[in-house]
Every structure is written in C-alpha cells, then in structure tokens.
Write a protein that binds this ligand. Structure first.
Ligand SMILES: [Mg+2]
Length: 366
C-alpha cells in the first residue's frame, strides 16, 4: 500500500492518570506518549508511540528514533509494509516508536482510500467488549474498584497480581465474590512468579472460572513458561515474552503458551500485529489485543485490529479510561463495549489544543 508522505510531525505528551497504576514491575502516575502526525496533500493520519518498560523505550528514545524515521520518509513515496520491515531492521530496539509511525500511516491510508482501517484488514464493524484493569492494591481496594467498574458497565476485569501468592489469591476470590458468575475474570502476573509458584497459583484459583493467566514467569524463561502451560488447566497467555512475529511463531510451534497478547507498542504497530495474527491463524492459536499506557489514538488502532480476526478472543483496551483527559474523540464506550467511529482511517479526531496543553518540554530533541 503506497503513500506519498509530505511531512511527519512529532508531539510528546504527558497525561496524568486518575490514580497511580501499580503492577509487579513498577508503578507510575503519568502516562507518557508521543503522537505522530503524517501529512499527505490535504489528509493527515495520526499514530501514538507509547513509552513503556516492556520494550524499554522512553519518550527520549522514541523521539530520537522517530526523528531518524522522519528523515527517511518525508517527501517520498513509501509502501507501509516495506517501511515497517526497513525501519525494524534499522531500529530494532524501537518497536513502540515504529508503532506510532505505522499506525499513523494506516490512518492516513484509510482516509486516502476512503476506508476504515478494519475494512483494510477485511474486518467487521462490531462493538468490542473490553475489560478494566485493577492494579496492585489491597483486597478491600480491589473489591471497591471491581464494584465501581461493574457499575460503569464493564463485563470483564483483569486483576494485576504479584503482591504474594496468598494475598493475590484472596484478591482474585474477592472479585469473583463481587462479580458473581457473570463477570469474566482475567489475571496478569507481569512475570512475578517462579514456574512452581505459578502452577500452585493456578491450582488454587482453579474453582474461580479464570479465563486466562497472563505472563506468570520472567520474560526470558521460555522453559518455565512451557512448564506452567503444560501443567495447568487455566490457559496461559504470553505477553512480555512476545515482542514480535518471530517469538509469536516460536510460541505457536513449540507450544510455549496457550494464548498470545498482541500489543501494538511491542510489535511495531498494525503491520506487526497483522503478522502475528497470520501466525495465530496458521497455528489455530487464540489471543488478545492489549495495550500500554496509551491514549485513545492507538487504543482505536487496537480496536480496528481486534475486529480483523476471530482468533482475537479478548480485548484489553482500557488504558485511555485511566487517563485524566482524552485527547481524541471517535472511540465511544457504551453498554460495556467500545464502538469504532463511522469515519475513515482510525476514525479519530485529535484535539490539537489538548496535544499542546499536555506537551512535554524536551529540549533539543525536536
Ligand atoms: Mg500483561
């Protein structure tokens, strides 16, 4: 898919969350993102690069990488997939930066072709049932958050664990008590446990109808991941371990995990996401579309991707709900579901005044 790129603009933004978000690997109040705007004639496309610890990318590293990419593509005609391959080769450690560029290119391509992004992937228009995530907190706070999220219409809750096996189990049990049989419950350990602890955890929550446990063991512990997967009944989902199509294929071929969590920031955007889906379809492996601390711009991209394959069983597209302000409109939440806009591309309208308001002052980088 070829696009004439006239110019690329880059906007680092910092937006506070409503409360500190804590997981087993760290905690933060502010979500830092870099928005990417690409212009072609009278059209423009927007993307979002998310600073995150999984790919070890900061706003500074993202700006540096995006500046290199910008120099390469401004005033030239590019093919989206070829560009993804080329940039990934040139900047292998910057997938979140590449994601912002790749998402913006798809948004732009959709607008130029008069299509929604999910249509470009032969997807369908449908509401997307997303969860809300509960970070690490006490049992009573966990309970209160679960009640509040259910009141707002969410039908699934993801519980972050890693406080210690017994406390985590009490928290999961508390959410099941609050949610009754109807609530879908997912669990994410963010690498907190050894394989043995992970197996014990799964045995102790076996009666709670948990849909999956995400990344119980360390990112590089492939042997441990496989051991937990083979010895538990609850499906095990790989997240941090899978940063691109190569690892997704290894997981499918070797049966290292039951499911895969695709995040655009890990795999360089929609092109990388589609490649992982192709692999999942080939090996009949199901998965989820997840997110980092992103704004609604790339959450919308995740939603379009989600609607492109039946192998994507779950959507964890909730980071924009945690932010104190929304910098773009076009993705609605109604009846517990996300609804994609009728407009072409990603269908998002970025509020440039807000982009300015939350702009990060990073000297010498722009
Ligand atoms: Mg995760």
């Amino acid at each position: 898919m070829e696009i004439d790129v006239d110019r690329v603009d880059i906007f680092p933004v910092a937006i506070d969350r409503d409360e500190v978000f804590r997981i087993s690997t760290g905690s933060s109040l502010t979500a830092e993102n870099v928005l990417v705007r690409i212009k072609s004639g009278n059209e423009e496309g927007w993307g979002n690069s998310s600073a995150n610890s999984v790919t070890d990318e900061t706003v500074e590293s993202i700006l540096k990488a995006l500046n290199v990419m910008r120099t390469e593509i401004e005033n030239s005609t590019i093919d989206i997939e070829e560009n993804w391959k080329k940039m990934r080769e040139k900047l292998p450690d910057d997938p979140a930066a590449l994601a912002g560029l790749d998402i913006a290119l798809y948004d732009l391509a959709g607008k130029l072709r008069g299509e929604k992004v999910y249509e470009m992937f032969q997807g369908v228009k449908d509401g997307i049932s997303t969860d809300r995530t509960i970070g690490l907190m006490t049992e009573s706070e966990t309970r209160e958050h679960a009640k509040e999220f259910m009141k707002r219409g969410f039908k699934a809750i993801k519980i972050k664990i890693g406080l210690g096996l017994m406390e985590d189990i009490r928290r999961i049990r508390a959410v099941r008590e609050e949610g009754g049989e109807e609530l879908k419950i997912w669990v994410d350990a963010n690498q907190a446990f050894t394989p043995e602890e992970s197996i014990t955890l799964c045995q102790k929550i076996a009666d709670l109808d948990i849909k999956f446990v995400e990344q119980p063991v360390k990112v590089n512990d492939l042997e441990g991941l496989k051991k937990v997967t083979s010895q538990t009944d609850i499906p095990i989902m790989a997240d941090e371990t899978v940063k691109g199509p190569e690892m997704a294929e290894k997981i499918c071929v070797e049966g290292l995990a039951d499911m895969i969590n695709i995040k655009l920031a890990k795999c360089g955007g929609l092109t990388g996401g589609r490649k992982i889906i192709d692999i999942m379809e080939e090996y009949d492996v199901e998965g989820m579309v997840g997110c980092m601390g992103e704004t609604s711009v790339s959450i919308a991209a995740g939603a379009h991707l989600f609607n492109s394959s039946s192998k994507l069983k779950y959507a964890d597209l909730d980071s924009h709900f945690m932010l104190s302000d929304n910098i773009a409109t076009g993705l609605d939440f109604k009846d517990g579901k996300l609804w994609i806009s009728k407009e072409n591309g990603l269908g998002m309208k970025v509020n440039e005044k807000k982009v300015e308001k939350y702009s990060m002052d990073i000297e010498g980088e722009l």
